[in-house]
Design a protein around this ligand. Structure first.
Ligand code: ATP
Ligand code: MG
Length: 317
């Protein structure tokens, strides 16, 4: 599979990050932002930086927040013909605050904003030559779900490919329509990229190896397990690659999973090997956590190469 276009459909947001830990978004304090955000946008921005042709399908308001994201995406080479600029609604917003124990609180203003009011243009991509990446969080929004599910069927039926990050948050999984949509996305996916915590929600009481076997039993050809600071594992056919986590200072972990996924899928879309794609994605994920803001830690192939070079010399020293 060479030179497939990478497409996402879903939320485009700006994010404000609290500088104070443990405030639970309920106290007065300093924040920075607007940072460009939204899981599908973070993923696709990184996919474009890694060189694949891309198309973002989503919505922004005709306001400063919307322009902040659109300028970033365009500047990084993301295809934005599928981004609807909505004159009647404002750009979606998220706020995040961290706890000392690593947990985080989010408040999303997404429903009934420009973020979930857009259409999927028929001509934005050729279904047979597309990898559609589905971020499970987008399936929690009914309007987005009703655009994503028919599109993933259309692409799958035409011989294109689906990739899925089954971000299985418990509040999402309580909704039967979300569970059904996620199950269909998983069943139709060639690439599945759960984190270790997603596996716990999807397959409670199952060992990791059993869960991987179960995921490989359907259509999936490549399973990636994301392990945060502990790195990642890629399993496909008889092959297994374990990538040790790089030692970095974690400033803001949000977006690391999307940055990892965007790197990995973009490289595979361009014909890279699993070993190469996994090595670069594991480095991109590590770099992502060193910058405040969900998309600020996205990186170029040159930055990734330089980082891997310094990591190698540190390991030798
Ligand atoms: P999120 O949903 O917050 O975007 P995720 O839970 O989907 O993230 P993570 O496992 O947190 O995904 O991160 C993705 C990848 O980024 C990891 O598999 C790893 O390669 C890299 N990574 C994340 N955090 C760290 C860290 N603290 N140190 C080194 N590498 C990291
Ligand atoms: Mg995740």
């Amino acid at each position: 599979a060479k030179n497939l276009k990478v497409v996402t459909i879903g939320e485009i947001l700006v994010e404000f990050v609290s500088h104070t830990k443990d405030c639970g978004l309920s106290q007065v304090g300093d924040y920075s932002g607007p940072y460009p955000s939204g899981a599908p946008a973070i993923f696709l921005d990184q996919a474009a930086r890694m060189g694949a042709p891309t198309e973002m399908i989503g919505g922004i308001g005709n306001d400063g927040f919307g322009r902040a994201v659109l300028d970033r995406l365009k500047g990084d080479g993301v295809g934005t013909k599928g981004v609807t600029v909505n004159a009647d609604r404002t750009t979606g917003v998220a706020f995040v605050s961290y706890y000392t124990d690593g947990n985080r609180d989010f408040i999303f203003h997404m429903e009934n904003t420009a973020s979930d009011h857009f259409d999927v243009p028929e001509d934005a991509f050729d279904p047979a030559n597309t990898i559609l990446h589905v971020s499970a969080a987008s399936l929690g929004n009914p309007r987005m779900r009703d655009m994503i599910v028919p599109t993933l069927r259309r692409i799958d039926d035409a011989g294109g490919k689906i990739s899925c990050d089954p971000n299985a948050r418990p509040e999402l999984m309580r909704d039967e329509a979300v569970r059904d949509a996620l199950q269909e996305a998983i069943d139709r996916s060639t690439y599945l990229m759960p984190s270790t915590s997603d596996l716990g929600f999807l397959f409670p009481d199952m060992s990791e190896d059993a869960a991987i076997e179960k995921l490989l039993a359907s259509k999936a050809e490549v399973i990636v397990i994301k392990r945060g600071a502990h790195g990642a594992t890629v399993v496909s056919g008889g092959e297994r690659f374990d990538f040790t986590g790089h030692s970095v200072e974690e400033i803001d972990p949000t977006g690391a999973g999307d940055c990892f996924g965007g790197t990995f899928i973009s490289l595979l879309a361009q014909g890279a090997s699993l070993l190469d794609a996994g090595t670069q994605a594991n480095a991109a994920g590590a770099l992502a956590v060193t910058r405040r803001g969900p998309m600020e830690g996205n990186s170029s192939p040159a930055q990734i190469a330089k980082f891997l070079e310094t990591q190698r010399s540190e390991n030798v020293a």
